[in-house]
Design a protein around this ligand. Structure first.
Ligand code: PXP
Length: 250
């Protein structure tokens, strides 16, 4: 059965909207683990727009399953990872103005930086995964450089599935061929001897066809779970505030 790592970045996004101390990503991580998540994923971005350095230390203290930290392959990030010692570092591409990670890391073009990161992190006992497009060249390059796993970027698949406001343009053929691309890449990764994870843009609505690719061992899913949590939790939260106000005048 595939593992689910919950990406808790957007708990920090809510906190950073007010620069306050709640909600706490470490508390969210504990709740995810209690609900059965196999691991916690988080992305320390260079611009620190959500997760902060101190969150990683807190997460390292409380996560008892598996902590996967996504980061760019820069000296600054490698140094932080060596201090925090997550179980896994996932190397990702990062562009300064992007709203979220836009696509896979070009391991072929960034060979030296990726090799440097893998060598240093592995020497400290940290496994390294690369977040790449479902592309055989990127898979082979990742395996050659010593990645233990590749995470296949499902952003293109997710984008094809989402047409807000116009469901008539749902692109069935393109979706099928994107699933096939991911399946082919998964098999190539297994042949290259690396584990396979998948993530980005996966939702309750679009996850099933990807989850049916048996060789995918792990999913990293964040935005859609946190978005749903905000809505399914809102009713209870409102009732609790009404009670707090009414209790004050009782
Ligand atoms: N995997 C990687 C490498 C990511 O960068 C992200 C987003 O931070 C995810 C998975 C999770 O994507 P989403 O939030 O769209 O589920």
């Amino acid at each position: 059965m595939s593992r689910l790592n919950v990406n808790i970045d957007h708990i920090a996004t809510i906190r950073q909207a007010r620069r306050t101390n709640e909600p706490n990503p470490a508390a969210a991580a504990v709740i995810c683990e209690l609900a059965g998540a196999d691991g916690i994923t988080t992305h320390l971005r260079s611009d620190r727009r959500h997760i902060q350095d101190y969150d990683l230390l807190a997460l390292r203290q409380v996560v008892v399953t598996h902590l996967n930290v996504e980061m760019a392959a820069t000296d600054e990030m490698i140094e932080i990872a060596l201090r925090v010692k997550p179980d896994v570092v996932t190397l990702v591409a990062e562009r300064p103005q992007e709203i979220t990670t836009e696509g896979g890391l070009d391991v072929v073009a960034n060979r030296d930086a990726v090799k440097n990161a893998i060598t240093k992190l592995q020497a400290a006992g940290i496994f390294v995964s690369t977040f790449i497009d479902p592309d055989v060249r990127q898979i082979k390059a990742s395996a050659r450089l010593g990645a233990f796993q590749v995470e296949l970027c499902t952003a293109s698949y997710a984008l094809l599935n989402e047409h807000p406001g116009d469901m008539t343009v749902r692109k069935t053929k393109e979706i099928a061929s994107e699933i096939e691309r991911i399946r082919t890449a998964t098999r190539a990764a297994k042949r290259a001897g690396v584990g396979v994870a998948a993530g980005h843009g996966l939702t309750y609505r679009n996850v099933a066809p990807i989850a049916r690719i048996a060789e995918i061992e792990e999913f990293n899913i964040g935005h859609n779970i946190i978005a749903r949590a905000a809505l399914v939790g809102l009713d209870k939260a409102v009732r609790e505030m009404i009670e707090a106000i009414h209790n004050a005048t009782r």
